[in-house]
Design a protein. Sequence first.
Length: 333
Amino acid sequence: MLTLGIETSCDETSVAVVRGGRDILSNIILSQTVHSKFGGVVPEVASRAHLKTIIPIYRQALSQAGTDLDQIELICATMGPGLVGALLVGLTFAKGLAFATSLPFVAVNHMEGHLAANILEHPELDRRHLSLIVSGGHTLLVEVKQFGEYHILGRTKDDAVGEAFDKVAKVMGLGYPGGQKLDLLAQQGDPAYFKFPRAMMKEDDYMFSYSGLKTAVALYLGKLTDEQFERHRADIAASFQEAAVEVLVEKTLRAAKEFQIRDITLAGGVAANSRLRSMFRQRIDRTDCRLFWPSAALCTDNAAMIAAAGFFRYEKEGPTELIVNAVPNLSLN
Ligand code: KG4
Ligand code: ZN
């Protein structure tokens, strides 16, 4: 089934064509760079940028897939969570297309999209698995019983882990969004240089917290001279990253053991973090678990994962009615 996916929940305008939930024919992603000068995503600016680019990106996705609207059999778009104005651009465009063509439509949960990125790329993944979804807006540990059936084990009590990366990167002068730049800088530093707090590490639940770590780094930086900061930038980045990542790895592996789950997937923008991956790899060697993550283009926001999730939903429960609206705080359950 040829599926058109549309994603506009935050600052990426993306349209994809995917066959049968697994075979990506095109996945065009346009990241809005306009927000960097504001140091964060400005919702109104994001909506306007989506409006300008959605139609050209849609045309490009069809043409790169070597297809046209006549061949499309299912239309899917993100309905939440995300910024309401941004969501509305993609959702309304997709509903309009579905209405005009009488094609079936599926409204997709963005988090289920992130989760589906691994199912899309790794056919060998167990149906029951544990997924750590880490992005700029979310830190979620989920037991996937099967696609569509979730047991949420933990989430963040305050900031998302990607948000902490972005804020620390910003105070270190790395620009916005700075997660990836901080990762690169940290690769040249000593992760044991300073021991920042590992929030909730000792608690026996699966909740996370990142605002304390972010503040601890800001306070630490405030005490340094310019010279000290310049000399130890990479060490500080590495020390922050080590603290941020260690809690994620420890809690995920603990959950895998407690619930006896073999397969673990990483999803969302922070799944691209090199230390998160290497620490998982090191510690997973002592277990029977298997670790999966999506390729770079499928870690951050993209429409191929939305098309795949929409296709799997359609197979399970058919289309969504076109009266559906955007839900900015939509939860996974
Ligand atoms: O999934 P995503 O594209 O958007 C949301 O749904 O939020 O994730 C974006 C987040 C940003 O916070 C970005 O800084 C972070 O993922 N990120 C990283 C890395 N690459 C992207 N954080 C740490 N290390 C990276 N390599
Ligand atoms: Zn996302």
